[in-house]
Design a protein around this ligand. Structure first.
Ligand code: F6R
Length: 245
């Protein structure tokens, strides 16, 4: 694993955006795996700036997102479709037909998960997967479990994730109870992984995930086995593993 320490959120975002920009410049038809949440917003802002300056062309790229709430339509303002259009897709030139996310409006979970895995495989697999990490070490919506998950599947959200995400809804009752997510195996099949972490509240889980035992109780710990992972985090997130990086 390659560890890059940034001073703060802004520097983390710029350094991580550079990794994505390099990917797109070196392989213009890259298949990008994208994430939502608060961590990647600064990256998307930076990518939009570089695109507007004429330095970054997404016209040949394709994208697959990690996850989507089951039961929310694409036009719901808390859907991950909406988030991605708002923060990135509407401001760059990635063709609409090359954008894919799990369809939250499709209530047939088995059919939707099979469609999504088939679409990723047909595209040739993800070149660079961007990840954030939850306070409990989750990646995508893969929560701590007895085993590592495989392909795209439907999950019941844990109380801690519902609590963490309720800030975006009118109340905890409005947070959907299920989501579609790429599985841990899908994530591990990406050729490169870029994970970003910011903030002192994630310092314990950063140490556990990247320097502790590999266990499905800490889903991100499996990234230790991937041959090409870049961890970009700010000083606060790295504050409990200064002796290790
Ligand atoms: C989002 C996702 C989640 C988040 C994680 C961290 O697509 O898959 O795993 O990356 O919950 O969220 P933030 O960045 O809001 O701390």
């Amino acid at each position: 694993m390659k560890f890059i320490c940034a001073k703060d959120y802004q520097e983390m975002s710029r350094k991580a955006a550079s990794v994505i920009a390099a990917q797109v410049v070196l392989k213009p038809d890259s298949i990008l795996g994208l994430a939502t949440g608060s961590s990647p917003i600064g990256i998307y802002e930076q990518l939009v700036v570089w695109h507007r300056q004429g330095d970054l062309d997404f016209s040949q790229c394709s994208s697959f997102n990690l996850d989507e709430y089951r039961g929310l339509t694409a036009d719901h303002d808390q859907s991950y479709h909406y988030f991605m259009h708002q923060h990135l897709f509407d401001a760059i030139n990635i063709p609409a037909e090359r954008i894919d996310l799990p369809d939250g409006a499709q209530m047939d979970a088995a059919a939707e998960c099979a469609r999504y895995d088939a679409a990723i495989a047909a595209a040739g697999g993800v070149d660079l997967q961007l990840l954030g990490m939850g306070l409990n070490g989750h990646i995508g919506f893969n929560e701590p479990d007895e085993v590592f998950s495989k392909g795209t599947h439907c999950v019941d959200l844990t109380t801690s994730t519902i609590e963490a995400n309720k800030r975006f809804f009118a109340s905890a009752d409005d947070v959907p109870r299920q989501a579609y997510t790429m599985g841990v195996q899908t994530i591990m099949q990406a050729r490169k992984i870029l994970i970003i972490i910011s903030g002192e509240n994630k310092a314990d889980i950063v140490r556990e995930a990247f320097f502790g035992p590999i266990t499905p109780q800490v889903p991100a710990s499996i990234l230790q086995l991937h041959p090409d992972v870049t961890v970009v985090a700010d000083e606060a997130a790295f504050s409990k593993c200064r002796d290790l990086i």
